[in-house]
Design a protein around this ligand. Structure first.
Ligand code: SF4
Length: 712
């Protein structure tokens, strides 16, 4: 299963087990982290946290420091205090007894969880005591639960290579067994995504399952994605989204005797975490304030939660019933948890029976075309994994073989000055605002030359509707590129072409003919947002109407220019309006066959003037990707969108019907203006495609193959 089962199916099975155990409940804690020292005698190869004593940033927390740290946290309404750190002789059993007493005095009622089995075994040895005696002394001063750290991977072939200084697997398990016998609950981690193989993952889980059968003392299994920062173990990339989802799902399915599966937000991006909560994970860990270990390993800090309210909002957004608890899952909630809001379709318990949608999905699986009415029903009622399973099958019919493509391109915005002022746009500057810029044709050609020299095969030029930049400006840019750079010109949206034709007082056809004569070779599908005028009137009243957008594309197709089509969703449009958008693209494609690909992405409201009723999450995105594949049965390619969804969820789209990872882009300004900071390199894209089980292939804008990356 871990090796071969399609990801969407594995997610669905693990989600079913998770729902059988916890229904819609998803747990989280409000935790503060205290890492007493980053010096450590073990110096594990996998660890980016430890520092040599001589290092400038090496530190040891004195008990006075600890008191100040704990006093600072007294009004934070914490549920957990998490104490884990390096091992040095100075921090002995007495130190931890005093520290725990301090914590019990200053943070009464807060669960004191911490210390790994490795630390406990080491401190016991230094004190000349047994593990049992050491645990009894720590429990006497308030120790409430052992964190699951230090487990890494149990198999000696791997453990010796990544953490040879640490205690053996059996010693780690013995510490937890002793704790369980003393009534001390514990968690268990598994560090994956480094040098281990699938069989080492299952071997690790088997050890845990066996001990759990014996003691029942484990609370949660915590698969920990390895944070690769190029140093530790010399590994460049940690486990990708697809790998994280697969390992989390198999952990849920295989550890049938563990109550909880927890994944920690401070090790991944939030969109991926959201998808994981629908793939077997019932616990998203905690706020981990002041957490240093993952931070030192380069984990994305921008994704962390800084308050329990933020975590509750996140879970509600994903259709869950949030349950604030602590790491031994005590019922702490005074008031009833907030009601989940619909997460891409009706919540599980309010969905019509499968009998309502199974026949429709069966017909689609058999190759029949979806009607708008059926598409709305599927979008709103079918579990997204199931949509993904069928969309993945359809993808394999439409784009047979094992290749997943990407293009090495450059995005270039000629100007941010724009007269249209769309409420969802964080990129534009009003004319005369002093914030605007406009590149000269010479500057444009120089930027494109550099991109081509770096390996880009496609240039995507777009920008604001700037009344100072007329058609001849764009003709100068395009012809300058055509005459001086060997690169494909995939540029200008229907909105820009409509604007240039109006400014010039010519027809759309004449405008496209002049741009084509200057070097334009294809059009990106920007400016489509939702092709329904009721929505456009609300979000961009001054922008191209739906039919005008389609007419520009039809004219381009008629003039022999291929184009792509896009969709931006999450403006509060209805499902019927989303499907209407897809149907309009499909209808035009039936007539012209001019669309090479479809690219959906979610609206990011930050730094824009538009409120959105609900932030679109990773589950919503995978649902839209699958729906696009099922509805657009005549558009060959479906592109994933890492810019808005992040590299990991975009990778998962390759398991939900997408066959293309899109562009490397090199730079991107429009979405980045909303604060999203994702970035990929060509090497990372190749790695992501390969980790998703596809063969990476670089393509041209027209989807001809440039290079197939040999299997590793
Ligand atoms: S989306 Fe485009 S047309 Fe609308 S304001 Fe932004 S740059 Fe201008």
């Amino acid at each position: 299963m871990l090796r071969n089962m399609p990801t969407a199916e594995l997610m669905a099975r693990a989600d079913a087990v998770r729902r059988a155990r916890h229904g819609n409940k998803t747990y989280y804690v409000h935790s503060h982290n205290l890492n007493p020292t980053n010096r450590c005698v073990a110096k594990c190869k996998l660890c980016s946290f430890w520092r040599p004593e001589s290092a400038e940033d090496a530190y040891v927390t004195t008990l006075e420091d600890a008191r100040r740290n704990l006093e600072k946290a007294q009004n934070w309404d914490l549920t957990d205090l998490h104490i884990v750190g390096g091992m040095i002789p100075e921090l002995d059993l007495e130190y931890y007894e005093t520290l725990f007493s301090l914590a019990r005095e200053l943070l009464p009622g807060v669960l004191l969880q911490g210390m790994t089995a490795v630390e406990i075994h080491w401190i016991a040895g230094n004190a000349g005591l047994s593990v049992r005696e050491t645990l009894e002394r720590l429990m006497a001063v308030g120790f409430g639960s052992i964190s699951g750290g230090g487990a890494e991977i149990f198999h000696p072939d791997i453990r010796d290579k990544i953490a040879g200084q640490k205690i053996s697997a059996q010693q780690w398990l013995d510490v937890h067994k002793t704790a369980h016998e003393l009534g001390l609950p514990t968690n268990a981690t598994m560090l994956f995504g480094h040098i281990e193989k699938d069989e080492h993952i299952i071997d690790h889980l088997s050890w845990l399952r066996t001990l759990q059968d014996e003691t029942g003392g484990f609370q949660a299994a915590i698969p920990l994605p390895f944070q690769a920062n190029g140093e530790a173990l010399g590994i460049q990339y940690g486990p990708s989204g697809d790998r994280q989802v697969r390992v989390a799902a198999i952990t849920r399915l295989y550890l049938d005797n563990f109550p909880h599966v927890r994944m920690l937000v401070n090790y991944m991006d939030r969109k991926l975490l959201g998808v994981l909560t629908h793939s077997g994970v019932d616990d998203i860990g905690g706020t981990s304030l002041d957490e240093r270990v993952a931070k030192a390993a380069g984990a994305p800090q921008s994704q962390k939660f800084f308050s329990a309210d933020e975590m509750e909002e996140f879970l509600v957004n994903h259709g869950h019933t949030p349950v604030l608890t602590n790491s031994v899952y005590e019922d702490l909630e005074s008031d009833a948890p907030s009601e989940p809001i619909e997460c891409g379709g009706a919540p599980t318990e309010r969905r019509p029976p499968a009998s309502a949608w199974k026949p429709i999905l069966g017909r689609v699986e058999a190759g029949q075309r979806l009607s708008a009415e059926d598409a709305v029903l599927l979008h709103d009622t079918v579990p997204f994994h199931e949509l993904g399973r069928v969309a993945d099958l359809r993808r394999k019919q439409v784009v047979p073989g094992k290749l997943a493509t990407y293009v090495f391109d450059k995005n270039l915005n000629t100007t941010n000055i724009c007269t249209t002022g769309c409420s969802f746009c964080a990129f534009y500057a009003d004319p005369g605002s002093g914030r605007g810029y406009a590149l000269t044709p010479e500057q444009v050609v120089e930027v494109v030359k550099k991109a081509a020299a770096a390996g880009a095969t496609q240039i995507l030029i777009q920008g604001g509707l700037n009344p100072d930049l007329k058609l001849d400006y764009y003709e100068a840019c395009l012809s300058g590129i055509r005459d001086h750079v060997d690169i494909w010109i995939h540029s200008l949206s229907p909105t820009e072409i409509e604007f240039l034709a109006q400014e010039e007082g010519i027809t759309i056809r004449e405008c496209i003919q002049r741009l084509k004569a200057a070097g334009l070779q294809s059009l990106p599908g920007g400016g489509a947002e939702i092709l329904v005028d009721d929505v456009r009137e609300r979000i961009s009243p001054k922008k191209t109407r739906s039919q005008a957008w389609l007419d520009v594309m039809e004219t381009a197709h008629d003039l022999g220019l291929k184009t792509t089509a896009t969709m931006v969703y999450g403006f509060g449009e209805t499902t019927a309006q989303r499907i209407e958008h897809l149907m309009k693209v499909r209808d035009l494609q039936d007539r012209t066959g001019g669309f090479t690909a479809f690219i959906p992405w979610s609206f990011s409201p930050s730094h824009t003037d538009l409120e959105c009723p609900r932030i679109q999450n990773g589950v919503d995105y995978l649902r839209i990707i699958a729906m696009a594949r099922l509805v657009l049965d005549n558009v060959p390619h479906l592109q994933a969108g890492w810019v808005t969804e992040g590299p990991d969820v975009a990778q998962l789209a390759l398991q939900f019907g997408a066959d293309d990872y899109g562009g490397v882009l090199m730079t991107e300004e429009v979405v980045s203006a909303t604060g999203l900071e994702h970035g990929v390199t060509k090497e990372k894209v190749v790695n992501l495609i390969r980790e998703a089980g596809w063969i990476p292939a670089q393509r041209t804008t027209q989807y001809d193959l440039i290079k197939v990356h040999a299997e590793k």
